[in-house]
Design a protein around this ligand. Structure first.
Ligand SMILES: Cc1cc2nc3c(=O)[nH]c(=O)nc-3n(C[C@H](O)[C@H](O)[C@H](O)COP(=O)(O)OP(=O)(O)OC[C@H]3O[C@@H](n4cnc5c(N)ncnc54)[C@H](O)[C@@H]3O)c2cc1C
Length: 381
Protein backbone atom coordinates (compact mmCIF):
# COMPACT_ATOMS: atom_id res chain seq x y z
CA UNK A 1 0.00 0.00 0.00
CA UNK A 2 1.36 3.42 -0.95
CA UNK A 3 1.63 5.86 1.98
CA UNK A 4 2.11 9.37 0.63
CA UNK A 5 4.44 11.49 2.78
CA UNK A 6 2.85 14.38 4.64
CA UNK A 7 3.73 18.03 4.18
CA UNK A 8 5.58 17.85 7.54
CA UNK A 9 7.57 14.78 6.53
CA UNK A 10 8.58 16.43 3.31
CA UNK A 11 9.70 19.56 5.17
CA UNK A 12 11.69 17.54 7.71
CA UNK A 13 13.19 14.16 6.77
CA UNK A 14 12.67 14.34 3.02
CA UNK A 15 14.05 17.81 2.34
CA UNK A 16 16.34 17.94 -0.72
CA UNK A 17 19.90 16.86 0.05
CA UNK A 18 23.25 18.12 -1.15
CA UNK A 19 24.44 14.52 -1.10
CA UNK A 20 22.40 11.35 -0.71
CA UNK A 21 24.34 8.20 0.13
CA UNK A 22 22.63 4.89 -0.57
CA UNK A 23 23.79 2.21 1.91
CA UNK A 24 24.63 2.85 5.59
CA UNK A 25 27.41 0.28 5.92
CA UNK A 26 30.95 1.27 6.86
CA UNK A 27 31.73 3.00 3.58
CA UNK A 28 28.50 5.00 3.49
CA UNK A 29 28.92 6.00 7.14
CA UNK A 30 32.60 6.98 6.85
CA UNK A 31 31.90 8.99 3.70
CA UNK A 32 29.02 10.80 5.43
CA UNK A 33 31.37 11.52 8.33
CA UNK A 34 34.01 13.03 6.00
CA UNK A 35 31.50 15.08 4.01
CA UNK A 36 29.83 16.50 7.10
CA UNK A 37 33.17 17.27 8.76
CA UNK A 38 34.33 19.21 5.72
CA UNK A 39 30.98 20.83 4.80
CA UNK A 40 29.03 21.17 8.08
CA UNK A 41 26.29 23.22 6.37
CA UNK A 42 25.63 20.61 3.66
CA UNK A 43 22.59 18.38 4.04
CA UNK A 44 23.82 14.78 3.91
CA UNK A 45 21.22 12.01 3.87
CA UNK A 46 21.98 8.30 4.24
CA UNK A 47 19.35 5.88 2.94
CA UNK A 48 19.50 2.31 4.24
CA UNK A 49 17.04 -0.35 3.17
CA UNK A 50 17.33 -2.37 6.41
CA UNK A 51 16.65 -1.42 10.08
CA UNK A 52 20.46 -1.09 10.45
CA UNK A 53 23.41 -1.76 8.12
CA UNK A 54 22.72 -5.27 6.93
CA UNK A 55 25.20 -6.29 4.26
CA UNK A 56 28.77 -6.92 5.36
CA UNK A 57 29.56 -4.32 8.00
CA UNK A 58 27.85 -5.91 11.00
CA UNK A 59 27.87 -9.45 9.60
CA UNK A 60 31.63 -9.84 9.19
CA UNK A 61 34.27 -11.47 11.37
CA UNK A 62 35.57 -8.29 13.00
CA UNK A 63 39.23 -8.56 12.02
CA UNK A 64 41.08 -5.24 12.15
CA UNK A 65 43.79 -6.58 9.87
CA UNK A 66 45.98 -5.13 7.17
CA UNK A 67 47.00 -8.34 5.41
CA UNK A 68 48.57 -11.74 5.98
CA UNK A 69 51.92 -12.62 4.36
CA UNK A 70 50.35 -14.91 1.74
CA UNK A 71 47.78 -12.24 0.86
CA UNK A 72 50.47 -9.57 0.44
CA UNK A 73 52.62 -11.84 -1.72
CA UNK A 74 49.58 -12.70 -3.86
CA UNK A 75 48.58 -9.01 -4.23
CA UNK A 76 52.17 -8.14 -5.15
CA UNK A 77 52.06 -10.68 -7.97
CA UNK A 78 48.61 -9.43 -9.10
CA UNK A 79 49.00 -5.63 -8.92
CA UNK A 80 52.72 -5.03 -8.30
CA UNK A 81 54.59 -4.25 -5.10
CA UNK A 82 53.73 -0.53 -5.01
CA UNK A 83 49.98 -1.08 -5.35
CA UNK A 84 50.12 -3.80 -2.67
CA UNK A 85 51.97 -1.48 -0.28
CA UNK A 86 49.56 1.36 -0.97
CA UNK A 87 46.61 -0.81 0.10
CA UNK A 88 48.49 -2.04 3.20
CA UNK A 89 49.29 1.57 4.12
CA UNK A 90 45.62 2.56 3.71
CA UNK A 91 44.51 -0.36 5.87
CA UNK A 92 47.08 0.35 8.58
CA UNK A 93 46.19 4.05 8.68
CA UNK A 94 42.49 3.13 8.55
CA UNK A 95 42.76 1.06 11.73
CA UNK A 96 44.52 3.99 13.41
CA UNK A 97 41.71 6.35 12.35
CA UNK A 98 39.02 3.92 13.50
CA UNK A 99 40.60 3.84 16.97
CA UNK A 100 41.18 7.60 17.11
CA UNK A 101 37.71 8.67 15.99
CA UNK A 102 35.56 6.09 17.78
CA UNK A 103 37.81 5.00 20.68
CA UNK A 104 38.94 1.49 21.61
CA UNK A 105 36.17 0.89 24.14
CA UNK A 106 33.39 1.82 21.72
CA UNK A 107 34.61 -0.67 19.10
CA UNK A 108 35.68 -3.46 21.47
CA UNK A 109 39.27 -3.21 20.24
CA UNK A 110 41.02 -6.40 21.34
CA UNK A 111 44.71 -6.09 20.64
CA UNK A 112 45.58 -9.81 20.69
CA UNK A 113 47.55 -9.91 17.44
CA UNK A 114 47.00 -11.65 14.11
CA UNK A 115 48.35 -14.97 12.84
CA UNK A 116 48.62 -16.92 9.61
CA UNK A 117 48.81 -20.70 9.81
CA UNK A 118 50.23 -23.17 7.25
CA UNK A 119 50.27 -26.98 6.91
CA UNK A 120 54.08 -26.67 6.74
CA UNK A 121 56.44 -23.74 6.38
CA UNK A 122 56.12 -22.75 2.68
CA UNK A 123 59.26 -22.92 0.50
CA UNK A 124 61.80 -20.15 1.13
CA UNK A 125 59.43 -18.75 3.75
CA UNK A 126 62.05 -17.12 5.97
CA UNK A 127 63.43 -15.14 3.02
CA UNK A 128 59.94 -14.08 1.93
CA UNK A 129 58.99 -12.93 5.45
CA UNK A 130 62.28 -11.03 5.75
CA UNK A 131 61.58 -9.36 2.40
CA UNK A 132 58.06 -8.34 3.49
CA UNK A 133 59.30 -7.01 6.83
CA UNK A 134 61.77 -4.80 5.02
CA UNK A 135 59.03 -3.43 2.74
CA UNK A 136 56.65 -2.87 5.66
CA UNK A 137 59.09 -1.13 8.00
CA UNK A 138 58.41 2.41 6.70
CA UNK A 139 54.64 1.86 7.10
CA UNK A 140 54.56 0.02 10.45
CA UNK A 141 57.60 1.63 12.04
CA UNK A 142 58.95 -1.73 13.18
CA UNK A 143 61.58 -3.95 11.51
CA UNK A 144 59.61 -7.10 12.36
CA UNK A 145 55.94 -6.77 11.50
CA UNK A 146 55.86 -10.56 11.00
CA UNK A 147 57.62 -13.01 13.31
CA UNK A 148 57.68 -16.83 13.31
CA UNK A 149 55.29 -18.24 15.91
CA UNK A 150 55.29 -22.03 15.27
CA UNK A 151 56.23 -22.65 18.90
CA UNK A 152 52.91 -21.20 20.13
CA UNK A 153 50.74 -23.69 18.19
CA UNK A 154 50.50 -26.41 20.92
CA UNK A 155 49.72 -23.89 23.69
CA UNK A 156 46.92 -22.44 21.55
CA UNK A 157 45.38 -25.92 21.24
CA UNK A 158 45.35 -25.93 17.42
CA UNK A 159 46.03 -29.21 15.58
CA UNK A 160 47.06 -29.96 12.00
CA UNK A 161 49.20 -26.89 11.36
CA UNK A 162 52.97 -27.09 10.90
CA UNK A 163 53.87 -23.42 10.85
CA UNK A 164 52.53 -20.03 11.97
CA UNK A 165 53.54 -16.40 11.55
CA UNK A 166 52.45 -13.71 14.03
CA UNK A 167 51.75 -10.04 13.60
CA UNK A 168 51.34 -8.24 16.92
CA UNK A 169 49.85 -5.11 15.33
CA UNK A 170 46.54 -6.71 14.31
CA UNK A 171 43.41 -6.95 16.45
CA UNK A 172 39.81 -8.05 16.71
CA UNK A 173 36.89 -5.69 17.10
CA UNK A 174 33.18 -5.88 17.94
CA UNK A 175 31.60 -5.21 14.54
CA UNK A 176 28.12 -4.45 15.86
CA UNK A 177 29.43 -1.97 18.42
CA UNK A 178 31.64 -0.32 15.77
CA UNK A 179 28.78 0.24 13.31
CA UNK A 180 26.49 1.44 16.10
CA UNK A 181 29.12 3.91 17.37
CA UNK A 182 29.80 5.28 13.90
CA UNK A 183 26.06 5.60 13.12
CA UNK A 184 25.58 7.52 16.37
CA UNK A 185 28.54 9.80 15.63
CA UNK A 186 27.38 10.78 12.13
CA UNK A 187 23.89 11.51 13.42
CA UNK A 188 25.38 13.68 16.18
CA UNK A 189 27.24 15.59 13.46
CA UNK A 190 23.92 16.25 11.74
CA UNK A 191 23.74 13.56 9.05
CA UNK A 192 20.16 12.41 8.44
CA UNK A 193 20.01 8.61 8.47
CA UNK A 194 16.82 7.08 7.09
CA UNK A 195 16.49 3.37 7.84
CA UNK A 196 13.93 1.17 6.08
CA UNK A 197 14.52 3.29 2.96
CA UNK A 198 15.14 0.99 0.04
CA UNK A 199 16.12 2.90 -3.08
CA UNK A 200 14.31 1.31 -5.99
CA UNK A 201 15.39 3.70 -8.72
CA UNK A 202 17.57 6.73 -9.40
CA UNK A 203 16.37 9.12 -12.05
CA UNK A 204 18.37 12.03 -13.51
CA UNK A 205 16.81 15.50 -13.71
CA UNK A 206 18.22 18.78 -15.04
CA UNK A 207 20.48 19.57 -12.08
CA UNK A 208 19.79 16.83 -9.54
CA UNK A 209 18.93 13.18 -9.02
CA UNK A 210 15.60 11.84 -7.87
CA UNK A 211 15.80 8.73 -5.65
CA UNK A 212 12.65 6.64 -5.50
CA UNK A 213 11.73 4.41 -2.54
CA UNK A 214 8.43 2.48 -2.21
CA UNK A 215 6.63 5.43 -0.56
CA UNK A 216 8.48 8.65 -1.25
CA UNK A 217 11.15 10.32 -3.34
CA UNK A 218 14.23 12.29 -2.36
CA UNK A 219 15.93 14.94 -4.44
CA UNK A 220 19.73 15.19 -4.18
CA UNK A 221 22.34 17.27 -5.98
CA UNK A 222 24.75 14.32 -5.86
CA UNK A 223 24.27 10.63 -5.11
CA UNK A 224 26.77 8.05 -3.91
CA UNK A 225 25.91 4.37 -4.29
CA UNK A 226 27.67 2.63 -1.38
CA UNK A 227 25.71 -0.59 -1.59
CA UNK A 228 28.68 -2.96 -1.92
CA UNK A 229 27.43 -6.36 -3.18
CA UNK A 230 24.21 -4.75 -4.47
CA UNK A 231 26.28 -2.67 -6.90
CA UNK A 232 26.10 -5.85 -8.94
CA UNK A 233 22.68 -4.76 -10.18
CA UNK A 234 22.59 -1.06 -9.12
CA UNK A 235 25.70 -0.28 -11.22
CA UNK A 236 26.17 -3.27 -13.50
CA UNK A 237 28.89 -1.65 -15.62
CA UNK A 238 31.23 -1.71 -12.60
CA UNK A 239 31.72 -5.47 -12.88
CA UNK A 240 31.13 -6.14 -9.16
CA UNK A 241 30.51 -9.79 -8.31
CA UNK A 242 28.67 -10.56 -5.05
CA UNK A 243 30.43 -13.03 -2.78
CA UNK A 244 28.62 -14.47 0.17
CA UNK A 245 30.67 -15.06 3.31
CA UNK A 246 29.46 -17.50 5.95
CA UNK A 247 30.35 -17.50 9.62
CA UNK A 248 29.65 -19.62 12.68
CA UNK A 249 30.22 -19.11 16.39
CA UNK A 250 30.58 -21.93 18.93
CA UNK A 251 29.06 -22.31 22.34
CA UNK A 252 31.44 -21.38 25.18
CA UNK A 253 34.39 -23.83 25.06
CA UNK A 254 35.85 -24.26 28.56
CA UNK A 255 39.63 -23.88 28.52
CA UNK A 256 39.79 -22.35 25.02
CA UNK A 257 43.35 -21.04 24.96
CA UNK A 258 43.79 -19.24 21.66
CA UNK A 259 43.79 -15.46 21.60
CA UNK A 260 43.90 -13.42 18.41
CA UNK A 261 42.74 -13.44 14.81
CA UNK A 262 43.86 -16.28 12.51
CA UNK A 263 44.04 -16.91 8.76
CA UNK A 264 44.66 -20.08 6.77
CA UNK A 265 44.60 -21.14 3.12
CA UNK A 266 45.22 -17.65 1.66
CA UNK A 267 42.49 -16.21 3.85
CA UNK A 268 39.80 -18.67 2.77
CA UNK A 269 39.49 -19.71 6.44
CA UNK A 270 39.59 -17.24 9.32
CA UNK A 271 38.90 -17.67 13.02
CA UNK A 272 39.28 -15.81 16.31
CA UNK A 273 38.37 -15.99 19.94
CA UNK A 274 35.32 -14.08 21.16
CA UNK A 275 34.50 -13.02 24.71
CA UNK A 276 33.14 -15.90 26.82
CA UNK A 277 35.57 -18.51 25.39
CA UNK A 278 33.72 -18.76 22.12
CA UNK A 279 35.32 -19.51 18.77
CA UNK A 280 34.25 -17.70 15.59
CA UNK A 281 35.07 -19.35 12.25
CA UNK A 282 34.28 -18.05 8.79
CA UNK A 283 35.10 -18.60 5.15
CA UNK A 284 35.33 -21.85 3.16
CA UNK A 285 34.04 -19.97 0.13
CA UNK A 286 36.45 -21.99 -2.01
CA UNK A 287 34.30 -25.06 -1.25
CA UNK A 288 31.60 -23.66 -3.58
CA UNK A 289 32.84 -20.52 -5.36
CA UNK A 290 30.04 -20.44 -7.96
CA UNK A 291 27.30 -21.13 -5.37
CA UNK A 292 28.54 -18.24 -3.20
CA UNK A 293 28.23 -15.65 -5.99
CA UNK A 294 24.78 -14.73 -4.80
CA UNK A 295 22.83 -11.93 -3.12
CA UNK A 296 20.95 -14.46 -0.91
CA UNK A 297 21.95 -13.75 2.69
CA UNK A 298 21.37 -17.32 3.88
CA UNK A 299 23.75 -20.08 4.97
CA UNK A 300 24.27 -23.14 2.75
CA UNK A 301 25.00 -26.78 3.52
CA UNK A 302 28.26 -27.17 1.50
CA UNK A 303 29.94 -24.20 3.20
CA UNK A 304 28.66 -24.95 6.69
CA UNK A 305 29.84 -28.57 6.30
CA UNK A 306 33.29 -27.39 5.16
CA UNK A 307 33.48 -25.10 8.21
CA UNK A 308 32.43 -27.94 10.50
CA UNK A 309 35.06 -30.26 8.95
CA UNK A 310 37.68 -27.58 9.63
CA UNK A 311 36.72 -27.43 13.31
CA UNK A 312 36.76 -31.22 13.67
CA UNK A 313 40.22 -31.38 12.07
CA UNK A 314 41.89 -28.48 13.86
CA UNK A 315 40.07 -28.42 17.22
CA UNK A 316 39.29 -32.12 17.85
CA UNK A 317 39.33 -31.57 21.63
CA UNK A 318 36.06 -29.60 21.23
CA UNK A 319 34.43 -30.78 18.01
CA UNK A 320 33.65 -34.33 16.85
CA UNK A 321 31.31 -35.56 14.08
CA UNK A 322 28.89 -36.54 16.88
CA UNK A 323 28.73 -33.24 18.77
CA UNK A 324 29.46 -30.64 16.09
CA UNK A 325 25.84 -29.57 15.57
CA UNK A 326 25.16 -28.88 19.25
CA UNK A 327 28.52 -27.17 19.73
CA UNK A 328 27.62 -24.42 17.21
CA UNK A 329 25.33 -21.70 18.55
CA UNK A 330 25.25 -19.06 15.77
CA UNK A 331 25.42 -19.35 11.98
CA UNK A 332 24.96 -16.48 9.51
CA UNK A 333 25.88 -15.13 6.10
CA UNK A 334 26.93 -11.67 4.93
CA UNK A 335 27.65 -10.26 1.50
CA UNK A 336 30.97 -9.06 0.14
CA UNK A 337 31.65 -7.44 -3.20
CA UNK A 338 34.49 -8.69 -5.36
CA UNK A 339 36.22 -6.82 -8.14
CA UNK A 340 39.03 -8.22 -10.30
CA UNK A 341 41.20 -5.19 -9.49
CA UNK A 342 41.25 -6.14 -5.76
CA UNK A 343 41.74 -2.51 -4.70
CA UNK A 344 39.07 0.05 -3.71
CA UNK A 345 36.89 1.28 -6.56
CA UNK A 346 35.45 4.79 -7.07
CA UNK A 347 33.74 5.75 -10.28
CA UNK A 348 31.51 8.52 -11.58
CA UNK A 349 28.74 6.74 -13.45
CA UNK A 350 27.11 9.95 -14.68
CA UNK A 351 27.34 13.63 -13.69
CA UNK A 352 26.53 13.75 -9.95
CA UNK A 353 26.17 9.97 -9.65
CA UNK A 354 28.99 8.04 -7.95
CA UNK A 355 29.62 4.44 -6.98
CA UNK A 356 32.27 3.21 -4.56
CA UNK A 357 33.27 -0.03 -2.86
CA UNK A 358 36.07 -1.01 -0.51
CA UNK A 359 36.60 -4.30 -2.18
CA UNK A 360 37.15 -7.91 -1.51
CA UNK A 361 36.41 -8.33 2.17
CA UNK A 362 38.65 -5.82 3.92
CA UNK A 363 36.41 -2.83 4.59
CA UNK A 364 36.93 -2.54 8.37
CA UNK A 365 40.44 -1.22 7.80
CA UNK A 366 40.00 0.28 4.32
CA UNK A 367 36.75 2.23 4.62
CA UNK A 368 37.96 4.96 7.05
CA UNK A 369 40.72 6.17 4.70
CA UNK A 370 39.10 5.32 1.37
CA UNK A 371 36.07 7.41 2.42
CA UNK A 372 38.38 10.47 2.35
CA UNK A 373 39.08 9.85 -1.35
CA UNK A 374 35.38 9.37 -2.07
CA UNK A 375 34.37 12.52 -0.15
CA UNK A 376 37.08 14.57 -1.82
CA UNK A 377 35.85 13.55 -5.31
CA UNK A 378 32.28 14.53 -4.39
CA UNK A 379 33.38 17.83 -2.83
CA UNK A 380 35.43 18.89 -5.82
CA UNK A 381 32.81 17.94 -8.39
C1 LIG B 1 31.33 -12.87 6.34
C2 LIG B 1 32.18 -11.65 6.15
C3 LIG B 1 33.34 -11.52 6.89
C4 LIG B 1 34.14 -10.36 6.74
N1 LIG B 1 35.19 -10.21 7.58
C5 LIG B 1 35.88 -9.04 7.54
C6 LIG B 1 36.90 -8.77 8.48
O1 LIG B 1 37.10 -9.57 9.41
N2 LIG B 1 37.63 -7.63 8.36
C7 LIG B 1 37.39 -6.73 7.34
O2 LIG B 1 38.10 -5.73 7.23
N3 LIG B 1 36.39 -6.93 6.46
C8 LIG B 1 35.63 -8.05 6.55
N4 LIG B 1 34.60 -8.24 5.69
C9 LIG B 1 34.34 -7.21 4.69
C10 LIG B 1 33.75 -5.95 5.31
O3 LIG B 1 32.73 -6.27 6.21
C11 LIG B 1 33.26 -5.09 4.14
O4 LIG B 1 34.35 -4.78 3.29
C12 LIG B 1 32.61 -3.78 4.59
O5 LIG B 1 31.72 -3.99 5.66
C13 LIG B 1 31.90 -3.18 3.39
O6 LIG B 1 31.19 -2.04 3.83
P1 LIG B 1 30.19 -1.34 2.83
O7 LIG B 1 29.63 -0.18 3.53
O8 LIG B 1 30.87 -1.11 1.53
O9 LIG B 1 29.08 -2.46 2.53
P2 LIG B 1 27.88 -3.04 3.40
O10 LIG B 1 28.20 -3.14 4.83
O11 LIG B 1 27.46 -4.29 2.71
O12 LIG B 1 26.77 -1.93 3.25
C14 LIG B 1 25.94 -1.79 2.12
C15 LIG B 1 24.58 -1.40 2.63
O13 LIG B 1 23.76 -1.04 1.51
C16 LIG B 1 22.44 -1.37 1.85
N5 LIG B 1 21.65 -1.41 0.62
C17 LIG B 1 21.76 -2.29 -0.40
N6 LIG B 1 20.88 -2.00 -1.38
C18 LIG B 1 20.20 -0.89 -0.98
C19 LIG B 1 19.16 -0.10 -1.57
N7 LIG B 1 18.65 -0.39 -2.77
N8 LIG B 1 18.68 0.97 -0.87
C20 LIG B 1 19.19 1.29 0.37
N9 LIG B 1 20.17 0.56 0.96
C21 LIG B 1 20.69 -0.51 0.29
C22 LIG B 1 22.57 -2.72 2.54
O14 LIG B 1 21.46 -3.04 3.35
C23 LIG B 1 23.86 -2.52 3.35
O15 LIG B 1 23.60 -2.14 4.68
C24 LIG B 1 33.78 -9.37 5.80
C25 LIG B 1 32.63 -9.52 5.05
C26 LIG B 1 31.81 -10.64 5.24
C27 LIG B 1 30.54 -10.76 4.45
Amino acid sequence: MHTAPSYWEQQTWLRPADVAIVGAGLLGLWTAYELKRQRPHWRIVLLERAPYAQGASARNAGFACFGSPSEMLYDSRLNGEDAMLQVVEQRYAGIGKLRRVLGDDAIGFDHSGGYECYPDAPAEWDEKIAGLNKLLQPIMGTPQAFVPAHAQLPAMGMHGFGAMVANRLEAGIDSGAMVAALSKLVQQLGVQVLYGAEVLAKEPAADHWQLRTPNWQLRASQVLLATNAWLHHMAPTLGVVPARGQVLVSKPLPGLALQGTFHFDEGYYYWRHLPGQRLLLGGARNADVAGEQTLEMTTSAPIQQALEAFLIRHFPQYFTPQNIVVQIEYRWAGLMAMHPQKTPVLTQIAPGLWAAMCCNGMGVALAPRFAETVASAILTN
